[in-house]
Design a protein around this ligand. Structure first.
Ligand code: ADP
Ligand code: MG
Length: 439
């Protein structure tokens, strides 16, 4: 049976057995290839692959076995959004590297527009030193710190500054996820040499959010060799992470010691004066000036993340403009008093997305049963409604089957704690957020 026929037969069989949202999200853009007794499912993203593996593999297996009348092996491959973009990605991926340089670096991030304060001045000085003498003293430069404090900005600023000095330099920027996906694709397509040619020819390699290498043994092994080769050629590496190498779980010791073997600098959440300075700089950049006292007010509303600070400023500017309001402290204080939302969904959409993500009915989610499979989604719902939609615990309790507000507080806090340290929960959360974007 050819691929297409087999796949259609498969889709016809599975369609009535999964919800239509699931069918659309997880199967409609997936394709297959047969190789002897193997069926390779090509999915558009890591998120879809993981979900298929976790939630649908037994059913997928059974259907293929039934159709083909024998036991087949199921494998997965991430191939990009559709055939065409897959082709394009592969072409880009394996094309000669000379054009790698500038175009993948967002020129918006520069050293000039990076506001320096006590929380980031050491990292900034290190960045300047690397720009002066790449590949010599500080190799790798390892920058770590919480979300939204400016790691990616600083890293890309280094890349852009080096590019400006010498446009012929081969600079590669990639998220650790992209490196992982390239590695998996190279194995599946027997194109390891191309992968090596690509990354090992970098003169400047920027790897973002390396904490996601955690637990990925193959990727770590490959990166270890890439690292050694680049270091021996004095190619500069800049690595970012949300935590120090010592705090990354399931990371090989030899890689940990490589990461820590150059210069490690951390970026702390900005202090109040730096937050004000950042807001000033953003206002100037966006051409909308606000009085100093209002900037101080906004700066005092968010402590940790510059991304959040920026988002808040942008929303305030939009609201002032849309409602034609004076940029006064009173008006801005009113806005800041409202619970802050970081998610663009209402509570009904959140609840229904959680149900469909975990394949639960509303009754399961809001009902009294307390199996593990129900409790985690329930707690996650509590957390999202409270933290991202700013709802009160009382209201959340009502929505979730009339639960007491202390139960909601308990669920919310549990997830909050786990999110701070448990990588699996962090992963799951990212997946759910991705899923929210697909609905
Ligand atoms: P991270 O990678 O640490 O999560 P980013 O580098 O993406 O954070 O920064 C989040 C946002 O905050 C970006 O828009 C970035 O330009 C801005 N930002 C962060 N630090 C600074 C800074 N020191 N000066 C100006 N903007 C900053
Ligand atoms: Mg980042």
């Amino acid at each position: 049976m050819d691929n297409q026929k087999l796949w259609h037969k498969f889709l016809d069989t599975i369609k009535p057995q999964v919800s239509s949202a699931n069918f659309k999200t997880f199967f409609s853009k997936t394709k297959i290839n047969q190789e002897n007794d193997k069926i390779i499912l090509s999915t558009p993203s890591a998120f879809i692959e993981e979900t298929l593996k976790k939630r649908h593999l037994p059913l997928i297996q059974q259907i293929f076995d039934d159709i083909l009348g024998k036991k087949v092996k199921i494998e997965f491959l991430i191939s990009g959004e559709n055939g065409q973009s897959k082709k394009k990605e592969e072409d880009d991926f394996f094309s000669p590297i000379t054009i790698q340089s500038s175009y993948s670096l967002n020129p918006k991030y520069t050293l000039e527009n990076f506001v320096v304060g006590p929380s980031n001045n050491v990292a900034f000085a290190a960045a300047q030193a690397v720009v002066q003498n790449p590949g010599t003293s500080y190799n790798p430069l390892f920058v770590y710190g919480g979300t939204g404090v400016g790691k990616t900005h600083l890293m890309l600023a280094i890349g852009n500054a080096i590019f400006k000095k010498k446009p012929s330099v081969n600079i590669i920027y990639c998220s650790s996820e992209k490196f992982m996906n390239d590695y998996v694709a190279a194995i599946q397509n027997h194109r390891m040499i191309d992968l090596r040619n690509k990354y090992r020819s970098a003169q400047i390699l920027l790897i973002d959010d390396v904490q996601f290498f955690s637990g990925r043994e193959g990727t770590q092994e490959e990166f270890f060799h890439t690292f050694n080769e680049l270091q021996s050629k004095n190619s500069q590496m800049i690595i970012t992470s949300d935590r120090s190498p010592h705090e990354i779980a399931k990371l090989e010791d030899r890689l940990r010691s490589r990461f820590a073997g150059g210069l490690m600098v951390d970026i702390q959440p900005p202090d109040f004066d730096t937050r004000v300075a950042i807001l000033k700089a953003k206002c100037t950049e966006w051409g909308s000036l606000l009085p100093e006292d209002t900037l101080r007010l906004i700066a005092s509303s968010t402590e940790s993340s510059i991304r959040e600070l920026e988002g808040r400023l942008m929303q305030i500017l939009q609201i002032l403009k849309a409602q034609n309001l004076e940029p006064s402290s009173e008006n801005i204080a009113l806005y800041l008093k409202e619970p802050q939302k970081s998610l663009n969904l209402n509570h009904k959409q959140v609840i229904s997305a959680i149900c469909s993500y975990f394949d639960l009915s509303l009754k399961d989610l809001t009902g009294p049963k307390r199996q593990k499979e129900l409790v985690l989604p329930r707690h996650i719902t509590m957390y999202i409604l409270a933290e991202e939609l700013g709802m009160t615990v009382e209201k959340i309790g009502q929505l979730l089957g009339g639960r007491d507000h202390t139960t909601v507080m308990h669920g919310r806090d549990r997830i909050k704690k786990q999110l701070a340290k448990d990588r699996e929960i962090q992963r799951l959360f990212m997946e759910i957020k991705n899923y929210f974007q697909t609905i």
